[in-house]
Write a protein that binds this ligand. Structure first.
Ligand SMILES: NC(=O)C1=CN([C@@H]2O[C@H](COP(=O)(O)OP(=O)(O)OC[C@H]3O[C@@H](n4cnc5c(N)ncnc54)[C@H](OP(=O)(O)O)[C@@H]3O)[C@@H](O)[C@H]2O)C=CC1
Ligand SMILES: CC(=O)N[C@@H](CCC(=O)OP(=O)(O)O)C(=O)O
Length: 315
């Protein structure tokens, strides 16, 4: 029997990508809502309650509303929005973090898909807190660059409009007040005592991102070298299909010393780099904000929930 899937917000950036990634799958039946009724609460409630799995690809308020419309206890929900990521009643959809995360997702009725920047940050910080390398009170800082599709339909329209201003052709740093919506999940999932400083930059290309976390080795729980950190990261992600720890220093992958943010666009892969020297270590995570940062991760989570190969439809 096919899995009946409803995508609430199918006309948006994430919803459309999920829909497109299902096109070659014959184990899934996509439930289509009448175009004029796609924002009609009663019609959406009907669709949600007659699905096996519903994806929420909506602004936060609409995602909270959609979850409250679900009265059928058998329906499983995967929410791509920020709304439920630190809600303890929901499971955080990052299966590579630990066997427990994967098992929780497998058995879950409510999965919160990680934020794109948060995915990169957590992929770097979580293993080091867990291994006791990074003290919980470390003053973590993070810089990141994203393609403009991360801003959804509105930003895409602005970046592709004829009225694009001169500034929009250059990288633009934002969230200057340190209130970015991903900071709470970064702190909570990693178990950090204090909020990380987070400095995102959006640039003039469609998709792909790099998230960087610098570490000063004298402030770690003891003196660690890049080799030590690389070994810990490699061990943490050993055997993972989508998350790979690259060679130390990026010597083969980045021979010219540049890390471009768009090379994994269109994939669900994530590459982790450990660079630097014995005083200062730079950790970087590269992936697609629309892939492992959104729709790819959402489908990977669905595959795990269905008990099938997690890479189904994602190659
Ligand atoms: N873009 C990205 O890289 C990522 C986005 N996300 C998250 O996923 C969610 C969706 O983001 P994204 O796809 O970028 O956003 P978009 O703005 O591209 O799409 C949102 C969609 O939801 C629709 N919508 C809005 N309100 C309602 C409602 N009440 N009922 C039904 N549909 C509604 C919109 O309709 P209309 O077409 O009329 O505007 C639009 O089609 C957000 O919470 C976002 O934060 C998560 C990870 C990455
Ligand atoms: C470039 C850009 O604007 N990016 C978005 C984040 C995209 C994303 O992942 O948002 P979710 O929280 O829904 O996951 C932002 O900074 O708000």
């Amino acid at each position: 029997m096919k899995t009946r899937v409803f995508i609430d917000g199918k006309e948006g950036t994430t919803g459309l990508q999920i829909y497109e990634r299902f096109q070659n799958r014959n184990d899934v039946e996509i439930m289509l809502i009448d175009e004029e009724k796609r924002k009609d609460v009663n019609e959406r409630a009907k669709m949600i309650n007659s699905s096996d799995i519903t994806f929420l690809c909506l602004p936060d308020a609409a995602a909270i509303e959609a979850a409250s419309l679900c009265t059928n206890p058998d329906v499983r929900i995967i929410d791509a929005s920020t709304a439920h990521r630190t809600n303890p009643a929901w499971d955080y959809g990052f299966p590579e973090l630990s066997e427990k995360h994967r098992e929780n997702i497998r058995n879950s009725k409510r999965v919160a898909n990680p934020g794109c920047y948060a995915s990169g940050f957590i992929s770097l910080v979580y293993p080091l807190v867990k291994a006791g390398v990074l003290p919980e009170d470390y003053p973590v800082t993070c810089h990141a660059v994203s393609g403009y599709s991360g801003g959804g339909k509105k930003m895409i329209a602005a970046m592709e409009s004829e009225n694009k201003t001169k500034e929009m052709y250059s990288p633009r740093q934002y969230a200057l007040g340190q209130k970015h919506k991903h900071i709470p999940e970064m702190q909570a999932v990693c178990g950090l005592k204090y909020k990380p400083m987070f400095n995102p930059i959006v640039d003039d290309y469609y998709n792909g991102m790099v998230v960087s976390v610098p570490l000063v080795t004298r402030c770690l729980t003891k003196k660690y070298t890049p080799e030590n950190i690389h070994e810990i990261m490699a061990e943490h992600y050993v055997g993972q299909h989508f998350v790979k720890v690259m060679e130390l220093g990026g010597t083969e992958t980045l021979p010219d010393g540049f890390i471009a943010a768009n090379t994994l666009a269109g994939t669900n892969n994530m590459q982790i780099f450990v660079c630097g020297n014995e005083d200062q270590i730079l950790l970087m995570s590269r992936f697609d904000n629309l892939g492992k940062g959104a729709s790819g991760a959402a489908i990977q989570n669905m595959n795990i929930m269905l008990g099938i190969n997690e890479a189904t439809g994602l190659e």
